[in-house]
Every structure is written in structure tokens, then in C-alpha cells.
Write a protein that binds this ligand. Sequence first.
Ligand code: TNX
Length: 619
Amino acid sequence: MKYILVVCMVLFFAQQSSAQKSDPYLGIVPAPNSIKKGKGAFVLNAETSIFTDSPNHRAVKFLANYLKSKGLSNSIVNMSNVSNKPASLKNTILLLTNFKTPLPREGYELMVSEGQILLQGRGSGLFYGLQSLLQMVEPTGKASLTIPCAIIKDYPRFAYRGMHLDVSRHFFDVAFIKKYLDVMAMYKLNNFHWHLTDDQGWRLEIKKYPNLTKVGSMRAQTKVGGYKGALSDVFDNVPHGGFYTQEQVKEIVAYAQDRCINVIPEIEMPGHSMAAITAYPIMSCNPSKTYKVGENWGVYNDVLCPSDTTFNMLGHILDEVIDMFPSKMIHIGGDECPKEMWKSNEFCQQLIRDSALRDEHGLQSYFIRRIERYLNDRGRSIIGWDEILEGGLAPNATVMSWRGETGGIAAAQLGHNVIMTPGSEGLYFDHAQSKSDQEPLSIGGYAPLSKTYSYNPVPSVLNEAQQVHILGVQANLWTEYIATPAKAEYMLLPRMLALAEVGWTPTSQKDFANFQTVRIPHHLQVLEAMGYNFRVPESMGIEDTTFNTANQTFNLEPTVEGAKVHYTLDGYTPTQNDLWSSGNLDVAVPKGKKIQVQTIVITPMGKRSNIVKATLQND
Ligand code: TNX
């Protein structure tokens, strides 16, 4: 309810800036394949007639809800029920799925003229066309909306455009998952990778094994601060837990489907399984040992034992997963599985000999292949982290390349489908967004917006036939150091918009300068009014530097529309009470003196950027 109210506020209070009007992309993120701006605008008001040939289409329902949230009550008319040929009507919107023009998968054509909007797309294409249309909307302050005239022809560069969320390290409730899906849909992302199990918590109700959630969803306490360093042995002494019931999962899957998002569940195996082992020690190599749900981060040596008991239980678990999730692909993890326990376990050693496996690595492959067969027999295929490649796979297995691109390249060369998600290329959204010590605690790394934006998922070493196997791209949000929705959104936004453009827009249409200085400021204004948190980029026109000068002009511009750049020249920390500047700030430095210009961007709702300090010295 809160979100709906906020959305209404966007309509009536947000004004489209002149920057957006002159924007060749008309503010659309991800940038479309082709866009031709026209003259004038379509005015959507209470008299606008809306027709469709598919009244039950997701896009049509989405539009109906959108209009309602804007206080417009136009009904959407099924075209087979009207005798007038709607194409001849004025002040008309047409949403069509049955038409002759061939379009690429997920593609759409949008023609906005003063008298009519024509949107054509099949399946998710119609939905994506609608997302573009809604991003073009300019509120008028009255009970109408205007949409600038344009012709857009658009389709995605990649079929797979994914966003991951780790709900094991920290639990996020159903309302937050829906909010996450909402923002994914807005930017045409179509796969939600839901990391549901790990050492620190099992978050999915499995009816046959109630202890998985009864025991495995709760840890006694959590590590405070960074993984290493001064607080390395300090814990918060606060229990942390939570899980999703099967009912809630079904609700989320349906909610995602309404937004053209496929939900891929991840059930981690054979490593990252402390929570499962604590609930059912029988799945471990030492069933008599006492385990506890992980309270620290990193990699645990206790892993699943490749016994028939374990495979039977995993089979039952996967049966329930299959019932809950229609996704063709099921993620089975496969990463970071230490082999210590298997090395010292007689059963494992015997299994290696009996099955003529190379060693414990061969045993890992045996594990993955057995699970893969189980899922394949039930009509599903597996995705796994790039370690799954190590021991031979069925051809329909998809590899998620996280340790750089090497795994993905090898997999594509072997004919496997690949999703690129290399941590080293700005796709780990748990990494820091700048090198400033004003950033919140993170796992480390360095993934600024520009790095995410410039990533190209198709490695040039692949030949054309191999490139076809690059299904797409995904960013991951691991949550060891992300305990709240606000921080999750801070780490997600605006980098997710860069990911969206990497996944959708042809490289020839990408333009970081426009993205950063025109479209991002507009979208951050919209996202703020919708109730999202985000990282406010530092003021334009200034950076942390020291230089010698008597005079300097800074062209300060806010990075969020409607925000202000406040500054100080007196060495004090800038706040909302200080002077603000838009455009040129001239600073004169007397001979022999030093002046420090400090800036902060503060948004209408009070979000703050990092402080930037430029020191000017006149020696
Ligand atoms: C590696 S990426 C992991 C995760 C951590 C992440 C932190 C992957 C397959 N495994 O378990 O959360 O790094 O960045």
C-alpha cells in the first residue's frame, strides 16, 4: 500500500527535466535498439480509448493497474467486442499481439503519434514495449500524462538477463522479494536467481523434511563486521532466521510470471550445506558429530556425503522444488566444495575405487552428474557454478561463470550454454561501489557503475558458433554484509540499471556518458519517489584531488534530478544547511592560501552522496 501511494506521488510531483526531453533515448533504460524521436506528444487522459486483442495478457493487466495507480480509470476494451475499426480512432492506444510483422523474440514495436499509440509485441515483447512506454511518460501535474512522439523498434541482445539474490546469509521477506521483482521488471530483466540455501540458513519449506527449516533456517548469531581484521572473533549474539512457506513461494513465482520473470531456485550442493547438515546430520560424512548452522562467512569443510541416503533425500527435496518452480532450469550450486571430509571417509574412498573415479574431484563430478540425471529424467536441466564443469556434464547443463570468464569460455567451447557473471568484471554487487572509506562495509572488491556498464559478456576468443552459447548475463547480490533491505537496494541501485543495459542493448547503442549524466539522474528521481533506496553518485564536475591554482571553476551538477549539490569552502563537512550550486562555482584562492571545496549531493528525500574534497592551493 505504501508503495502504491508513493507511486501516485511520482505522477503528480515529478516533472520531466529538460535533460530528458533532449535525450536521444527519451530516458529509456535499457537503451532501445532503435529510436526515432518525432515532434509533439500523445496526451493520455480520461477520454483516451484503449483497445487490445489480448485482454488477459500480462502487459494489459499491468497497464490497467498502472492507470489505476495514477488515478485514471480508462477501461481497456477487447477489440473483438467493438464494431468500429479502432485503427481509425483518435486519442487511442492499441496493444496488439496478433499482427503480421515478424519480430525477434521478446521484441516490440512502439509507434507514438499525436493521435494514437500503437504497441505491437508477442509474449513478453508486449510487456517490454509497455515498460518502455511507461518510462517515456511525462506527468503533467493534471489528470493526464503525455508521451513524446517516437518510433521504437527493440529487442534484447541476450535471452537471459538475470539478477541473483542471496537470502541465506540474510533473510529478506516476501514484500521485499516482490519489490526486487518490480524493479527487475521495470528494466526488462527476465530471470530471478534465488539463492535459497547455504551454510548460514535453509530458507525453503520442504514438507518431507521439516527440520530443514525448523532447525536449518535459524542461526544462533552472526559475525560482526568484516570477515578478517579487528572484529574477526566478535559475534552479535542475536539469532537470525526466516524461511518461505511453499504457499509464499507459489505466490512469488506467480508474481514474477506476471512480470515476465522466470524464478530459478538454487539448492546448493555438495558444499555450502551446513544448514542442511545441521538439520539432518545423516547427510554428512560424520552423522554422529554435532553441527550448527553457520555463524561466520567463508567456506566450511563439512559437506554433503555422496551416500545413497543423501541422494534419496536430495531426490525428495528436488521433487518438491520441481512442484514449486516451473523453471526449466534448476540451479544446483556446485561451488566451493572442500574435499577434506571425503578424503578421510572410508565410504567415499570405497566409492571412488568402485566407480573408478580419479579422486575426490572425480567424486564431486559423480555427485553433480547423479543429480543432473535425476533432474533430466524429470524434464529439467541444471545450472551450476563453473566448478561443475570439472568432471564432464550432460550437454544440456548450463554453466554460470563466476571465477572470471575462464569457466564460461571453456564451457562454450565444449558446447554448453553459459551465463556470464564474473566477479572480476563488476557483476558482484556485494563489491564496493567506490574506493572511498565512506562506503558501507562490504566484502571488498571494486565494482563502480562504469565497470558494470562496460562489461561485454561475449569474450572475443570465442568463434561465432561458440558465441551462440553465451545465453546472457547476470549480477549477483551476496548478502554476508547486507542485513537490511535498505542496504540491499543501496548495493543494487543504480548498478542494476547498468546490468540491464549490458543484457539488452547492442554495444553500438551503448553510451556511458549519456547513461551516467542524463538517464541515471532521471531514473534515480523516479526510483526515490517509488520508495527505493540507492547509492547517490557523487556530484558531477568535481573529484577528490589536490592542485595548484589561483582560480578554479567547478561545473557542479546533481546526479539525481531534483537533488542539490551543497558545498563548503571553509573546511567543514557540507550539509543540507550549506550553500548549494547548480552549474558553475568559481573559487578564487588568495596567494599563499589553501581552500578545500567539499561537496555533497542531497536528494529531495534526504539521501546523501559521499563527500568529495578538492583541495586548491595557491603557492
Ligand atoms: C563466492 S560466487 C561465493 C559465495 C560468496 C561470494 C561472496 C560463488 C559461487 N560462491 O558463496 O557469497 O563469493 O562474494
